[in-house]
Design a protein around this ligand. Structure first.
Ligand code: C5P
Length: 298
């Protein structure tokens, strides 16, 4: 998450994430699933501008870089940005109000965490704008009430292991910049329906330790063989674009293409920047979906 001042406004870049590893450890009594996932934040960002208001109103406006995304961004009370702003105002008793302008680049329903990142940026950004003085632990508590992925973005590490529903975040060092080609097919997927489709395989749960070790010592080629997502099969059963996208990434020279989160976006971890450009250029000319050549956040 990056911040800058523009006159009286505060501007925040809210990054997308990729899941390099995701194991579903079981279904919980509250209906959620326990996870172990390894996430990295990447250079594809939404941008939020928070401007003070003279009234206690919270106004929200969105500009989608891709028109097709507009129908997936609710303008009512189910919007996570508005819920985050109202939760912070209610918890702190702040009546300052704000106008929130969002430039949306991260596609919704893609498993890239755009909605969660925007909501986390709203908690952190308005806490600064309003000078409400909440610490990271208090913001974490509010974040966990709004969704499972927000806590990763509150502290915005380059890489972290997330457990529980996803809200228990342990940052890990990432010495090397990682290079990816990401492709979001033309159709998206609902997180809840992918989790509903998941069935336990019965075998013992996979762990992220070995992948983390490879990444921490900078060995990308060894890391590639450890990438894993337990939601790949359920997501592919619900949306045939997933298998097609992974095949296309492979045909374009991407190694071990994987689903991120609950999809529908897929990515390849590339050997270096040059490899990512080669794969990305081929994908740009062949994929009907959207393609990005991106790095982990610096
Ligand atoms: O937490 P979030 O609102 O992003 O989750 C959306 C939906 O995904 C939940 O309502 C739940 O159905 C499913 N989910 C889950 N287990 C998780 C995270 C999400 O079952 N750890």
């Amino acid at each position: 998450m990056r911040f800058r001042r523009q006159g009286s406004s505060l501007v925040v870049d809210a990054p997308a994430k990729l899941n390099l590893f995701l194991e579903v450890c079981g279904k919980r009594p509250d209906g959620y699933h326990d996870l172990e996932t390894l996430m990295v934040s990447i250079g594809l960002c939404d941008t939020l501008r928070f401007t003070p208001q003279t009234s206690p109103e919270i106004l929200f406006r969105v500009h989608c870089v891709h028109d097709a995304d507009a129908r997936d961004i609710p303008a009512d009370n189910s919007n996570l940005i508005l819920r985050a702003a109202r939760l912070l105002a209610a918890e702190t008793g702040c009546r300052a109000g704000a106008r929130i302008d969002l430039i949306k680049r991260i596609p919704p329903a893609s498993g890239m965490g755009g909605g969660s990142s925007d909501a986390a940026a709203t908690l952190v950004g308005l806490n600064r704008l309003w000078k409400t003085g909440l610490g990271c632990d208090e913001l974490d508590r509010l974040a966990a009430q709004l969704g499972s992925d927000l806590n990763f973005f509150i502290r915005s590490p380059r890489m972290a292991v997330c457990r529980g529903r996803g809200e228990v975040v342990t940052p890990r060092p990432l010495p090397r910049t990682l290079h990816f080609v990401v492709c979001r097919p033309t159709s998206g997927l609902s997180t809840a329906s992918v989790f509903r489709e998941w069935r336990t395989g019965g075998s013992s749960a996979q762990q992220s330790d070995s992948l983390i070790r490879q990444l921490e010592c900078g060995s990308v080629s060894a890391a590639r063989s450890e990438l894993y997502n337990a939601l790949s099969d359920p997501a592919a059963r619900l949306n045939s674009d997933i298998a097609a996208t992974r095949t296309l990434l492979e045909e374009c020279g991407g190694d071990a293409p994987l689903l991120t989160g609950s999809g529908s976006a897929c990515f390849s971890l590339c050997a270096n920047a040059r490899h990512a450009w080669q794969v990305g250029r081929r994908m740009l000319s062949r994929s009907p979906g959207r393609v990005w050549i991106v790095n982990t956040c610096t």
